[in-house]
Design a binder for this molecule. Structure first.
Ligand code: AHR
Length: 664
């Protein structure tokens, strides 16, 4: 059976979908004709991917499963996230120091001094609390050094009502830094728990890299990723993963740009950086948002390998964010930036005998990661970008001709910046051009033919960031509703139909924490314990799991088809899957009325009477998923009878249906 995410699937044994007779809907018929005989262009196996950025607590506080915020006391306010244990002895003192640190990249640490035997301690609030689950084990660790006395430490998980959920003791500290660990098994579940470290006995203790991870992470890797969030990615079966963004690549200024070399090696040596989304939006300030880089470039490549997706790193090209400072690295000083790109390729693909391949091997991955794609700059524009892209391309292409480079057409799908970029990129023989679009759902419905007349001989297209905005771009009121999801679905029909020119596409952004987001809409929402996919997520999933290998010419005719003057009522695309020989038909009905389509299969393909039909639908365009109803709008699989070379199907109001038809 075609694999569908178990949580989102309800097998309806006897289909409730109506197979209407053509006569019943003859008043205004729509016909969908699929030519099964003459397969068109091949579809990139990596066509439908994901865009990951550490925005909305996507990495720190999200995918990266660390539960302690400001674990190294490196935030500019070094005690942010930390408070004194309420019942602490008043004679205790705490101060942040940096003399004789445990590591030089992150030099600060906390010194606790207690003069009495009474309890003195500190509490970490986590990332808007810590998600703790009953019967789950948590791994505590910290670098500890003793100064004087023989104090002991007790580590406690405290529930939001003050109840102790787990505790463990630590003792026997040396006068030099040492890592101490403890296992904590939680007695209760709490989404907003805290971690307390309590000193017992007079003396002095230094603490650094205070860390708490669930034992159960993705693949149970210590210090790893949140398993439920990675599972959501794996369930999408993405063709590629773009990383690390997004504007985060650029930085407000070049000094705080994303530098991949600072994200590898031992986690404690990865220098903390303020997250550029920390203060970007005055209406959504996140003063406690920093990048620990615990999810760095090695973990990114490893994750791609785990879930079978192509890594697509995006690197800074000597330009800070053009919505912020627009700072430029002078053109004659680009070499370090280009060298970073060359080194990244070696880190990913070089043998373990090369300097950067050796770094990868030392981190536990001797075999190369086989990276094939690389983005030069994120959402850049203007002549400054093009001259920088040209320099990068010249060097990268001569050394690594097999790596496909992604170049940028700026932040909008049709403005002056876009129109300036495209001809120049064509002249430069760019491989793949990254287009971005955040617009109303109506824009997506009206632009399903956007690529029909694109030049087939020039660069290919990567629709690298797109999402329908229910209110307005960057409005905090935007919702992930069904109307937006179906606007995107109709648009994706147009991308699929033009798969010879549009080679890749990804919705953006990917993750958002319900208590800590800056940008909405987002594909997947989480809190400290749960995660759910939006209707938009399930649309992406339907496309990526039902991609097909070849485009089949598909015509929609009749009143209200998208080639008439009326508002289109139905969008359709057919593909063929080589391995199974199946014909896959996608139908999107964004209207509030059921639409009956006469489906005609031209050619020698004769379908079996029964086909699998997966439906995403809702009762209103404003339907959304939530923690309480995570699969309200989600795929429902049914077996549809009565399929033949010509059959009628009634598309429910506001729906997307995918048929998989097997040959007789
Ligand atoms: O997806 C959110 C942001 O939108 C990205 O960081 C940026 O590239 C675009 O402007």
């Amino acid at each position: 059976m075609h694999a569908i995410c178990v949580r989102s699937l309800k097998l309806i044994v006897r289909t409730t979908l109506l197979i209407a007779s053509a006569a019943a809907f003859a008043a205004d018929p729509i016909t969908v004709v699929i030519d099964t005989q003459h397969p068109g262009p091949g579809i990139n196996p990596a066509m439908w991917g994901v865009f990951f950025e550490d925005i909305n607590f996507g990495a720190d506080g999200g995918l990266y499963a660390e539960l302690v915020k400001n674990r190294g006391f490196e935030f500019p306010d070094p005690l942010m996230g930390w408070t004194k244990l309420p019942a602490s002895s008043s004679t205790g003192k705490m101060e942040v120091l940096d003399g004789a640190p445990c590591n030089k990249a992150n030099p600060h640490y906390l010194r606790l001094n207690s003069e009495t035997e009474r309890e003195f301690g500190i509490v970490n609030e986590g990332f808007r609390g810590m998600g703790i689950k009953a019967d789950e084990t948590y791994l505590f660790s910290a670098q500890i050094r003793s100064g004087s006395g023989k104090p002991q430490l007790e580590v406690r998980l405290i529930g939001s009502n003050g109840q102790v959920l787990a505790s463990a003791s630590l003792k026997g500290f040396s006068t030099s830094w040492e890592k101490h660990t403890a296992h904590l098994r939680a007695m209760g579940t709490d989404p907003k728990a805290h971690l307390a470290i309590v000193m017992r006995g007079a003396g002095q203790i230094d603490l650094d890299l205070v860390s708490l991870f669930p034992k159960h992470t993705w693949k149970d890797r210590p210090g790893g990723l949140r398993a439920d969030m990675v599972q959501m990615l794996a369930d999408l079966k993405p063709g590629f993963m773009r990383f690390p963004g997004g504007c985060i690549v650029e930085g407000h200024y070049l000094t705080n740009r994303y530098q991949w070399k600072n994200t590898i090696g031992r986690p404690e040596e990865r220098k903390l950086l303020m997250n550029r989304w920390n203060d970007e939006f005055k209406h959504r300030p996140s003063p406690d948002y920093f990048q620990s880089f615990g999810l760095g470039f090695f973990e990114f490549f490893q994750l791609c390998e785990d879930i079978g997706t192509e890594p697509l790193p995006i690197l800074n090209c000597g330009m800070a964010c053009q919505f912020n400072s627009s700072e430029l690295a002078p053109i004659d000083q680009l070499d370090p930036y280009i060298q970073d790109a060359l080194d990244l390729i070696e880190f990913a693909n070089g043998s373990a005998s090369t300097p950067w391949g050796a770094r990868r091997a030392a981190m536990g991955h001797r075999a190369p990661f086989h990276m094939k794609l690389l983005g030069v700059g994120n959402e850049q524009w203007g002549p400054q970008y093009l001259e920088r892209y040209e320099r990068f391309a010249k060097v990268l292409k001569s050394k690594y001709p097999g790596i496909q480079l992604i170049s940028s057409a700026g932040p909008s799908p049709a403005d002056e910046r876009f129109k300036f970029a495209w001809p120049k990129l064509r002249q430069l023989h760019a491989d793949i051009v990254d287009e971005h679009c955040y617009a109303a759902p109506s824009w997506f419905l009206e632009n399903t033919h956007r690529y029909d007349n694109y030049d087939r001989s020039g660069p290919k297209v990567f629709m690298g960031e797109y999402a329908a905005q229910s209110v307005a771009t960057v409005s905090p009121k935007n919702r992930n509703d069904l109307e937006c999801a179906l606007g995107e679905a109709a648009y994706m029909i147009g991308l699929e139909r033009n798969a010879d020119v549009v080679r890749m596409a990804s919705y953006a952004p990917l993750f958002a924490h319900v208590d800590a987001w800056q940008w909405t809409p987002d594909l997947i929402w989480c809190d400290n314990l749960h995660v759910y996919g939006t209707p938009n997520y399930y649309v992406q999933q339907l496309f990526s799991r039902n991609r097909g290998d070849k485009v089949l010419l598909t015509r929609v005719t009749g009143a209200g088809a998208d080639d008439t003057n009326q508002a289109p009522r139905l969008f359709a695309s057919g593909t063929r899957e080589d391995k199974s020989g199946e014909v896959i038909l996608k139908l999107v009905n964004p209207t509030a009325q059921a639409q009956t389509a006469s489906i005609v299969l031209e050619g020698t393909f004769i379908p079996r009477k029964e086909a699998r039909a997966t439906l995403v639908a809702g009762s209103s365009p404003h339907d959304e998923n939530s923690f309480a109803a995570p699969t309200r709008v989600a795929p429902r699989l049914s077996i549809l009878g009565g399929v033949s070379r010509r059959f009628d199907y009634e598309c429910p109001p506001q729906s997307m249906t995918v048929f998989r038809m097997v040959s007789l």
